[in-house]
Design a protein around this ligand. Structure first.
Ligand code: PAF
Length: 289
C-alpha cells in the first residue's frame, strides 16, 4: 500500500487538479473532516471506482479539513478528533491518490473572505434549525473544495441526510457540473451508524448508543407491518431513544428530498433522529418501506 500525496497548500492543489482536469483526467472527490472510519473508506473506494470509469486511470482525491465555519460557538470544534498520519494510511489503502489537508483555517478562509452559500428551503428544519449557520458553513466550504478540486463526481455519506440534500441542491442550483452522490450508511456490527464523533463515547455510552439504530429499525418494522401514522412512528422512536437515557434533539419523518414533515409514511419516507448522549450529539436515519 502506498501513501497518497499530501498537499497542504490549496493553491498548489488547485493547480494540480486543474492540470489533470484539462488533460482529460476524470476526478472523484471525497471531502472529509478526517478521523476516518469505514464509512469514509467506503466513499473513497467508490471514488476510486468512479474515477477510473473513463477507461483510463482517473484521480481519486480526498480532503481533510475540520471546517470551523460549520461549528456553532458551543459545539465541539476545539476537541474534534484528529489523526492525520492514521488518516493518510487509510486513504492509501482505499486507493486515494492525493489528499488536501490545509494546515490552518486561514489557508481556506483568507482575511478578506466574504462570500457564503445560503438556501431558502432545504437547510430549514432538522439540523438546519438546531445548528444555525451549520449548512451555510458546510455548503460554502464544499463549494470552495469543488472550485479547488474540479471534480466530476463527489461522494458523501447518507448518515448526514440533510447535508447530502443540501449539497445536491447546491450543485444543481449553482450549475457546478459536479455529480453529488450519496452512499449508504456504514454501521458497526450492532447497528450504530459509524461517525467520527463515536470516539467521544465512553464504553458505557457506546453500549447505549445503539438504541438509536434499534429504534429506527423498529419503526421500519412497524411501517412494514402497516403502521402509516407518522406521529405514532415518531413517538415510538422518541420513547425508545429516551429510554436509553438520551436527550432527543429531534425525531422526524420527512419527504426524502424536500425534507418537509409528512403525516403519513409512504415508501421512501425518511425517518431521521438526532439525540444527545452526554455531550455527544449523534444522528442517524433510514428509509421506511
Ligand atoms: O460531512 C463532513 O465531514 C463535512 O460536513 C464536510 C462535508 C466534509 C464539510 O466540511
Amino acid at each position: 500500500m502506498s501513501l497518497p500525496e499530501l498537499i497542504r497548500d490549496p493553491a498548489a492543489w488547485q493547480r494540480r487538479c486543474t492540470a489533470a482536469r484539462d488533460g482529460g483526467t476524470r476526478i472523484a472527490l471525497v471531502p472529509t473532516m478526517g478521523y476516518l472510519h469505514q464509512g469514509h473508506l467506503s466513499l473513497m473506494r467508490e471514488a476510486r471506482r468512479r474515477a477510473d470509469e473513463g477507461g483510463r486511470p482517473g484521480l481519486s482525491l480526498a480532503t481533510i479539513f475540520v471546517n470551523p465555519t460549520q461549528f456553532g460557538p458551543t459545539e465541539d470544534l476545539a476537541r474534534y478528533p484528529r489523526d492525520l498520519q492514521g488518516d493518510l494510511a487509510k486513504c492509501g489503502a482505499a486507493g486515494v491518490d492525493m489528499v488536501l489537508a490545509p494546515d490552518n483555517p486561514g489557508a481556506v478562509y483568507p482575511k478578506d473572505f466574504q462570500t457564503w452559500v445560503d438556501f431558502t428551503e432545504v437547510s430549514k428544519g432538522l439540523c438546519g434549525d438546531r445548528r444555525p449557520g451549520h449548512f451555510r458553513g458546510v455548503a460554502t466550504v464544499v463549494a470552495k473544495l469543488f472550485g479547488l478540486s474540479r471534480p466530476h463526481v463527489a461522494l458523501f455519506g447518507e448518515k448526514d441526510w440533510q447535508q447530502l440534500r443540501v449539497l445536491q441542491r447546491m450543485a444543481v442550483d449553482l450549475d457546478m457540473g459536479v455529480e453529488v452522490v450519496g452512499m449508504p450508511i456504514v454501521r458497526e456490527a450492532d447497528g450504530l451508524a459509524m461517525s467520527s464523533r463515536n470516539a467521544y463515547l465512553t464504553p458505557e455510552e457506546r453500549g447505549r448508543a445503539v438504541a438509536i439504530s434499534r429504534a429506527l429499525g423498529d419503526a421500519r418494522r412497524r411501517a412494514g407491518e402497516g403502521e402509516r401514522d407518522a406521529a405514532a412512528l415518531s413517538r415510538g422512536i422518541q420513547a425508545a431513544v429516551e429510554a436509553a437515557g438520551m436527550r432527543v434533539d429531534y425525531v422526524e419523518l420527512v419527504h426524502p428530498e424536500r425534507l418537509r414533515p409528512v403525516e403519513h409514511a409512504v415508501p421512501g419516507t425518511r425517518a431521521l433522529v438526532a439525540a444527545f448522549l452526554g455531550r455527544t450529539r449523534l444522528i442517524d436515519n433510514l428509509a421506511l418501506p
